[in-house]
Write a protein that binds this ligand. Structure first.
Ligand code: PLP
Length: 444
């Protein structure tokens, strides 16, 4: 593989005056110079200009291969022709009519309910956080109980019931939650319970102790980078059913990534409610709550003002551009061989990366399932959040920074994705860049 190929990726000192001015503008106008909760280190940061397929360019004209992909929402890659066409066609017909019935959203609802095993009804939202928030409210109203159990290390969004024990620095006494942000009242924290993922026995003890006040258990079927142990999800289903507690499967990452039926179909688990975001909008703001009709129908607007009515709404709900993108995404992913190809490419990438790290004598383990790949400075694949904490996160951060500098965009400390638009050429160009990143890493 040629040096020229890899040196053409990444910044390598190429920073235009325009991009320099954009950094200064961001610093002046945005908190911390950032649009959200993630900012890149100064020596690896860039301003996105445009993307195509598995690649994007910064405003200095430097090229990158994208393994962050809009935090996993761009499973079809950047500017996929089917999405661009669908959005453009819809835009000229009108973009939004508030959350009233519209053609595109109805069509998406029909497709969605056909594909998602638990979806007797669906409500579209505008993000994954919206979806988990409303699923929790539906569960509380349905059961008349206040508490929700989540797992340590799981991420369910930005709201106060979600920003607890998502990334604690050390594991605490279960089921006590640890806030991830300032601003969450203690009274809210008291409504949440935390259990260790993949530990059915401990979860059983917590659920049994709190069953009378527990509305739901919410779980990521694949928690960040941790696969469920055989029997864990099935055990949760049995456990929740036996205590009349609802099970919410958070499919924001897994939905449409692991086949059109998501993790429910993959693991054969039928939750009471499921939450969606990311891929369903393929880069547009769409989410969904779906599930049992008797739970979802609490949000029937003709019951407004009556006891038991659950308010579920949003100004941008049922957005036509998002629905058009969702329809195009499902149609594209329905073509024969799409999942086999992307999963195969990701498996090739994982194998090749492991060989490179081994060749450099680095204690990095590459793993992942389907179209995801992860790396940790550890000897064995994590099965718990404690395992993730035990890995050398400082070294990982240094390596990730090198990867970005070599033109491979990975979200620091997080999961990496491959899209259906990534090509063998993307993979070929990735390997020398990784090789160079390792060399640089080992110098420091
Ligand atoms: C499993 C899971 N649930 C919920 C969310 C929140 O989604 P959003 O960022 O769209 O609000 C995320 C976001 O990464 C997620 O990974």
């Amino acid at each position: 593989m040629s040096e020229i190929l890899h040196a053409s990726l990444g910044r390598h000192g190429r920073l235009s005056d325009a991009e320099r001015r954009q950094f200064a503008l961001a610093q002046r106008l945005l908190p911390g110079g950032a649009l959200g909760g993630n900012a890149l280190p100064d020596d690896a940061k860039f301003v996105f200009s445009h993307g195509a397929g598995g690649r994007f360019w910064d405003t200095s004209g430097n090229e990158y291969i994208d393994y962050c992909l809009g935090s996993g929402s761009l499973f079809l890659g950047h500017a996929h022709p089917a999405i661009v066409r669908a959005v453009a066609e819809q835009a000229v017909k009108g973009t939004h009519f508030f959350a009233y019935l519209n053609e595109a959203s109805l069509r998406l609802a029909e497709m969605f309910c056909k594909l998602v095993p638990c979806a007797e009804r669906v409500r579209f939202t505008t993000s994954g956080s919206d979806s988990t928030f409303h699923a929790m409210r539906l569960a509380r109203a349905f059961t008349g109980r206040k508490k929700i159990l989540k797992f340590e290390g799981a991420y369910h969004g930005v709201h106060d019931y979600a920003q607890l024990s998502t990334a604690p620095k050390k594991t605490a006494a279960f089921p006590q939650p640890q806030p991830d942000t300032a601003g969450i009242p203690q009274e809210v924290q008291d409504l949440m319970l935390v259990a260790p993922f993949n530990d059915l026995e401990e979860t059983r003890r917590i659920v049994a102790r709190h069953a009378g006040e527990l509305a739901a258990v919410i779980v990521e079927p694949i928690q960040r980078i941790i696969m469920p142990k055989p029997g864990f999800l099935e055990g949760l289903r049995e456990l929740t059913q036996s205590h009349d507690v609802l099970l919410i499967l958070d499919e924001v990452v897994t939905g449409f990534r692991y086949g059109l039926g998501g993790a429910q179909a993959l693991f054969g688990i039928k939750p009471d409610l499921a939450t969606y975001g990311k891929i369903i909008g393929s880069g547009l703001p769409v989410g969904a709550v779906a599930g049992r009709a008797d739970i979802m129908d609490q949000a029937n607007p003709s019951n407004k003002g009556k006891p038991g009515y659950v308010y579920q709404n949003g100004t941008l709900q049922g957005h036509c551009l998002g629905a058009a993108a969702g329809i195009a995404a499902i149609e594209t992913l329905s073509a024969a061989g799409v999942y086999e190809r992307v999963n195969g490419l990701a498996a090739d990438l994982r194998r090749a990366l492991q060989q490179i790290f081994d060749r450099h004598g680095m204690r990095v383990l590459v793993f992942g399932y389907g179209s995801m790949w992860h790396m940790l400075f550890t000897d064995r694949e994590p099965t718990s959040y404690a395992d993730v904490l035990a890995a050398d996160s400082g070294s990982l951060l240094r390596l990730e920074r090198e990867l970005i500098r070599q033109g491979l965009f990975v979200l620091p400390g997080n999961r990496r994705f491959v899209s259906i638009a990534h090509t063998e050429r993307d993979l070929e160009d990735t390997l020398p860049a990784i090789d160079e990143a390792c060399r640089e890493f080992l110098k420091t």
